[in-house]
Write a protein that binds this ligand. Structure first.
Ligand code: PMP
Length: 352
């Protein structure tokens, strides 16, 4: 029986996407060949790639000023690619908002390439809120933030206001709601939450911010080279791109991001409502900053953690254990998570 999978990533995708993807492994579009045994430069795969890029542009309403890339190396490689492509070799300076483990890792990578100013941090309370009211210096090459904090269950509801180039790690909330892409210099996201399987990294980049650093950038890390090669400077992650394309088609058929966002709001409300009204559970995140994707919660009596996990397992619920740095529980309720699965978890909580 299919489990209710609350994994933080890699994570649930629509069942229909899994089915089509498994078929393409055996025989891709009646070609007599598997999708994963054909050249990335074949007309069949180039059509898949073009469709994936076109769907990203359509669904996210990407303006003509921006390019869409599918790269490898995960969001973690973007931590350094953003810095090496944007920070000037002489007097380079960037600003980071530190909202947890992932933004901290991004910040650490940037330090290899220039001065990094931590303009705000939520470290004082183990990252249970999104900082507000901070000043962003005007003389920076870019400002970086993590839109949704997968581990700590916080999410920016309003993006930082700045005239500087804005860079966002949207790994865990991209495609969960509409975003004004025109405000961003770079948006990047590992595919393995709302987009597709692990292995592809989506990068949306404003072309005119590139080429201004005065530094030599190794080819594989140079956005301009990947733009010129249309993500085929080297062999792209063909299967991950194909499955992402299928999932983008699915998103479009669902009515796009307005419709998806509404469903995500409903699912999150159902779960937070139970946490807030059930005396056994607590969520310590500032209410206005609660993530709609990763819902973290604790049992008031943590000696019962193992019992709760056992009750979840018995109900076919998997992957609700919290990240080791936070403890407790985390239910990741990405786009593909049906509200019935959220209800199944709520039912276990009610009974517990
Ligand atoms: N940023 C965020 C917000 C994440 O959630 C993750 C992974 N869960 C990463 C970055 C790292 O991504 P990757 O493993 O693709 O490098």
């Amino acid at each position: 029986m299919k489990k209710h999978n609350f994994s933080a990533g890699p994570s649930i995708l629509p069942q229909e996407v899994f089915q089509k993807a498994s078929q393409a492994i055996l025989d891709f579009d009646n070609t007599g060949l598997s999708l994963i045994e054909i050249s990335h430069r074949s007309k069949e795969f180039v059509a898949v790639y073009d469709k994936a890029v076109a769907l990203v542009k359509e669904i996210l309403n990407v303006p003509a000023t921006h390019e869409v890339l599918f790269l490898q190396g995960g969001a973690s490689t973007q931590f350094l690619m953003t810095a090496i492509n944007l920070m000037k070799v002489d007097g380079g300076k960037s600003a980071y908002i530190n909202t947890g483990a992932w933004s901290n890792k991004a910040l650490k990578e940037a330090k290899n390439f220039g001065e990094v100013v931590e303009v705000a941090s939520s470290a004082d309370t183990n990252h249970n809120y999104i900082p507000k009211g901070y000043q962003i210096p005007t003389d920076v090459d870019y400002v970086h933030f993590t839109s949704n904090n997968t581990i700590f269950g916080t999410q920016f509801k309003n993006y930082p206001e700045t005239d500087a180039v804005l860079v966002a790690d949207m790994s865990s909330d991209i495609f969960s709601k509409p975003v004004d892409v025109s405000k961003f210099g770079i948006i990047y996201a590992g595919a393995q939450k709302n987009l597709g399987p692990a292995g592809a990294t989506l990068v949306i980049i404003k072309k005119d911010i590139l080429g201004n650093t005065g530094r030599t950038i190794p080819s594989m890390l140079d956005y301009q080279i990947h733009i010129k090669g249309e993500s085929m400077f080297n062999t792209p992650p063909v299967f991950a791109i194909y499955v992402s394309m299928l999932n983008l088609e699915y998103m479009k058929a669902q009515g796009g991001l307005e419709a998806i966002s509404q469903k995500n709001e409903e699912k999150a409300a159902l779960l937070y409502n139970e946490i807030d009204n059930n005396p056994s559970f607590v969520n310590n995140v500032a209410k206005e900053d609660r993530s709609l994707m990763n819902v973290v919660f604790l049992l008031n009596d943590d000696s019962k953690d193992a019992d709760f996990l056992a009750a979840c397992t018995a109900a076919g619920i998997s992957n609700v254990k919290g990240h080791r740095s936070v403890g407790g529980f985390r239910a990741s309720i990405y786009n593909a998570m049906p509200i019935e699965s959220v209800q199944a978890l709520v039912d276990v909580m009610k009974k517990f």
